[in-house]
Design a protein around this ligand. Sequence first.
Ligand code: LHQ
Length: 260
Amino acid sequence: MATIATEQSDNVLTITLNRPEVLNAFNAEMAGALRDALAKAATDTTVRALLVTGAGRAFCAGQDLASVPNDELGDFDIGTIVRTQYNPIIRAIRELEKPVLCAVNGVAAGAGANLAFACDIVIAAREANFIQAFCKIGLIPDSSGTFFLPRLAGFARASGMALLGDKVSAEQARDWGLIWQVVDGADLMQRARELAGHLATQPTRGLGLTKRALNASLSNDLTAQLAMEEDCQREAGRTNDFAEGVRAFLAKRAPVFEGR
Ligand code: LHQ
């Protein structure tokens, strides 16, 4: 069985983590497949929005702990797994200049939680939860956990989550600013498809440039960020979709964006 399932409908690429028997925990094959799918989506102009979700009752339980060579635990360099599997995925999501929506259908633990937090818009089923499980096995929050948790939730909550590894409910995660919305589990995929479908009809270049500027804001000072906004706005202003947006507004009709 393929470790991820991909399906394209109109301009939305849906990527489903597909190892439900281990709660979609990552092995090297699944990490490679996700990385490849993200790379392909970056250059495929028919993809204008991505939707990432999990098969079965979980979103993702992080690293498949059975796939870490355990006869040499302690000696084995797990930094290599972080460098080769997770870091490229997180960078690909952030650098992809298209919206990435994440539909968290169940538990998201370890690298699975941080994969979700690295996406642009996260909606979660009411019964989903988020666990920084790393501390329970002597590890640190990787997959950008130490970067995004304090920025999204604040330092105290990031420290609590990372050092205690408690289960954080979907509603708590929303109230802390970690995710966008919580919906009933039965409605999750319909809501996710609607949102992704909407994003796929929007000015893709403008959304991508917005993402570029938001990424930069995480480390820029005000002066650098204002310059960044000027550059991104200049580029957005040269897109067909900007011209279409203004024309449609003035003609009092709905715009038809082509993503160029
Ligand atoms: C699993 C897993 C799993 C294998 C459930 N692996 N089988 C980076 C670099 C290198 C090394 C290490 O890690 C990292 C990054 C990380 O992500 S570290 C964090 C790794 N993840 C965890 O520590 C989470 C481990 N899982 C859990 O704590 C629980 O399974 C959660 C809380 C996610 C769900 O609990 P339950 O709903 O009670 O399900 P369960 O525990 O019964 O799991 C169901 C099955 O899935 C079970 O297999 P079985 O054959 O007994 O049905 C688990 O063994 C398997 N599974 N997570 N990460």
